[in-house]
Design a protein around this ligand. Structure first.
Ligand code: GDP
Length: 292
């Protein structure tokens, strides 16, 4: 993950290695490389422009720490700015009992897998999660969730396989006073955003009043993913993102752009197909991965 970006950024750092100090000229060259590296990683132009301006301002304005060489100083500044861009860590907010967590996202982004991963994560934390299979659009989704539920030892409510609203109504009745404290709903996606899907999701949101609406976003999908996240957020006011497939050769653009564009936090990252391939989002860890 982030290989291309890491390699390109290291060229920028090399520009300053062996230099006595940071000057207007050498910093300009290094900053230009940072700029093209981020653009090549599919980070939005607006984000890149602001990012490099901040880096440059700080590099020229800051007293170089005696203990750091110019290239080390520059790496530190880039690292700080990457962390700022990635945004603060915001853990899941589960307020009610039971709490509803609604998983939403386009087909293939990893929504069903992430629903199970979150259930597994919560179970390990001592919670009592239950899954609801309300993706009636993708034929295999309900069976897939049942298989995953069995694997992690979390029950799955399936109900009427054709009507998502009825499944959710039934699930709400079943979980009331049942002792399950987090209800994770897998909902239907589509290949592209469509009105019928949004209306169904709005209806489910109205019914369950979720504490969290998490949108799964495929890190490999680049700017398209960021654009669809923007639309989902405008319609549903999502509370956060699960960025999936960060284990692939993701260029980095999605994770670096999404918070800036939507204002909403990344809460988890998917790093593989298995239920345990899942981490809480820590901006400093991602920045470290990017910088190598
Ligand atoms: P949905 O249509 O959004 O419910 O997507 P699925 O949960 O069925 O996931 C689609 C494909 O992506 C499946 O083959 C999953 O195993 C795979 N997948 C999901 N999350 C990840 C991830 O973090 N990394 C990798 N490599 N594959 C993932």
């Amino acid at each position: 993950m982030f290989e291309g970006l890491r390699e390109k950024l290291s060229n920028a750092f090399r520009m300053l290695s062996g230099k006595g100090k940071i000057t207007e000229k050498n910093i300009e060259e290094a900053v230009q490389i940072v700029k093209t590296s981020l653009l090549a990683a599919d980070v939005s132009y607006k984000v890149v422009r602001e990012f490099v301006e901040n880096v440059k301002k700080r590099a020229l304005g800051e007293e170089v720490l005696k203990s750091l060489t110019p290239d080390q100083m520059f790496i530190k500044i880039v690292r700080d700015e990457l962390i700022k861009l990635l945004g603060e860590r915001e853990p899941l907010k589960l307020i009610h009992n039971p709490s509803y967590v609604m998983m939403v996202g386009l087909q293939g982004t990893g929504k069903t897998t992430s629903a199970a991963k979150i259930a597994n994560y919560l179970k390990k934390q001592g919670k009592r999660p239950i899954l609801v299979a309300a993706d009636t659009y993708r034929p295999a989704a309900i069976d897939q969730l049942e298989v995953l539920g069995k694997k992690i030892g979390v029950p799955v409510i399936t109900g009427d396989r054709k009507n998502a609203i009825r499944i959710v109504q039934e699930a709400m009745k079943q979980v009331k006073d049942s002792g399950y404290d987090v209800v994770i709903l897998d909902t239907a996606g589509r290949l592209h955003i469509d009105e019928e899907m949004m209306q169904e999701l709005e209806e489910i949101k109205r019914m369950v009043q979720p504490d969290e609406i998490l949108l799964t976003v495929d890190a490999m999908a680049g700017q398209d993913a960021v654009n669809s996240a923007k639309t989902f957020n405008e319609r549903l006011e999502v509370t956060g993102f699960v960025i999936t497939k960060l284990d692939g050769d993701s260029r980095g653009g999605v994770i670096l752009t999404i918070r800036y564009i939507t204002g909403k936090p990344v809460k988890f990252v998917g790093v593989g197909e298995k239920v345990d391939d899942f981490d809480e989002f820590y901006p400093d860890r991602i920045a470290n991965r990017i910088l190598g």
